[in-house]
Write a protein that binds this ligand. Structure first.
Ligand code: SAM
Length: 253
């Protein structure tokens, strides 16, 4: 289940019910305060956070997270995995755990939560339906050939580890980010606006909304919780051919 982004603010009654009904609760949240909050909800809360380590592949970490949860499922326990945000958004371990449990014949489901994406729309005043909105993980965007639609919003997740081929780093340097900038500069002008966004995770915080230019991004501070947002740089273009076909259907000669 997903805790949402802000401590105490986004937990749904259904998600809380999942925690209360579980025999064992596993928790993977980056903020120790949030983990402490979850610890107070159930007598048997086990942290998955120590499975992360600099130099260790994140793929191994995610595999181990799923394996730890599955071991308790096989032992006959009702298991709840608690993740910050939405457990199914840019998060491998929850999807893996649910799929593994189902493959082995156990009942498993995912309870959605408020993700960084949801907070982003609210804090930045963006409606993804206005121009469309594409979401990419920074490294995947760099490693694979994609076609960006510059008439839609572009949201880039995990820019703090952009270009990490090892999946072992907690951050990557400006040299890596410079390659991301070069890639984006194929489609966007270097003076195009780029917002560094960090949703508030405590009620006393305000979100980080730092507007910079694409050209300045390589040297900007990007942390584990940063997400990038680029507005469209081109207007929407009408698909005249399709509109004509629709017109022909709507008013046949
Ligand atoms: N499951 C999470 C969710 O629902 O938002 C996303 C987890 S993903 C592994 C981590 C990435 O989410 C970060 O690199 C960043 O792009 C984004 N993220 C995490 N915390 C954030 C925050 N407080 N504000 C904005 N983006 C955040």
């Amino acid at each position: 289940m997903g805790l949402g982004m802000m401590l105490g603010a986004h937990l749904t009654p259904r998600a809380l019910g999942r925690i209360e009904q579980a025999d064992v609760v596993f928790v993977a949240v980056s903020d120790p305060l949030v983990e402490q909050w979850v610890q107070g909800m159930h007598p048997d809360v086990r942290s998955l956070q120590p499975l992360y380590a600099e130099g260790k592949s994140r793929h191994d970490t995610y595999r181990e997270m799923a394996a730890m949860m599955l071991a308790e499922v096989r032992a006959g326990k009702r298991v709840c995995g608690v993740f910050y945000g939405h457990p199914g958004v840019f998060a491998q371990a929850p999807h893996r755990a649910v799929a593994m449990a189902r493959e082995e014949g156990f009942e498993a489901s995912m309870e959605p939560g408020v993700s960084a994406e949801d907070c982003l729309y609210a804090d930045l005043g963006i409606d993804p339906g206005e121009f469309g909105c594409q979401h990419y993980e920074a490294s995947q965007l760099m490693f694979y050939r994609r076609r960006l639609d510059t008439s839609a919003y572009l949201v880039i997740w995990q820019p703090g580890v952009a270009g990490d081929r090892s999946y072992r780093r907690f951050s990557t340097p400006a040299s890596h980010r410079k390659l991301l900038v070069d890639l984006l500069a194929v489609d966007y002008p270097l003076d195009h606006e780029c917002t560094i966004y960090e949703a508030a995770t405590l009620p006393i915080q305000t979100p980080r909304i730092e507007r910079t230019s694409l050209g300045s991004l390589a040297d900007a501070r990007l942390d584990a919780q940063s997400t990038l947002v680029l507005p469209p740089c081109k207007p929407l273009r009408r698909n005249e051919a399709l509109l004509e076909r629709l017109a022909a259907i709507d008013s046949p000669a």
